[in-house]
Design a protein around this ligand. Sequence first.
Ligand code: ZN
Ligand code: ZN
Length: 143
Amino acid sequence: MVGGCCVCSDEQGWNENPLVYCDGQGCTVAVHQACYGIVTVPTGPWFCRKCESQERAARVRCELCPSKDGALKRTDNNGWAHVVCALYIPEVRFGNVATMEPIILALVPTERYNKICYLCEQSGKESKAASGACMQCKDRKSV
Ligand code: ZN
Ligand code: ZN
């Protein structure tokens, strides 16, 4: 993820909605203020929630996808999830819509976690194919 916002991928920032870069060591997170629910942008260094938490990196993984990088937030079950994953899965809610946290996973049907990702399987990543929550095409005939 180079340059652009981890949530919407846009590389442009605006005065009223700037791109904010995480100052965590080795962290590449960049997000728009509004995309990550940053209520006020600090004048000094800013840290994404993952860097702020100081949790061991090995323990931080998204509950909804196999990727560990990107803009993560706490979930209601004490884990982590990407903001972008939360926006994709229709049953996911934000506890507070202004701060976009915590990410509420309680309403996600378990069947989403039981599906196999077609794209991961095709590229030989079976281990990843079964992890996370899947989106299924509404037109079941095409699956
Ligand atoms: Zn954005
Ligand atoms: Zn960070």
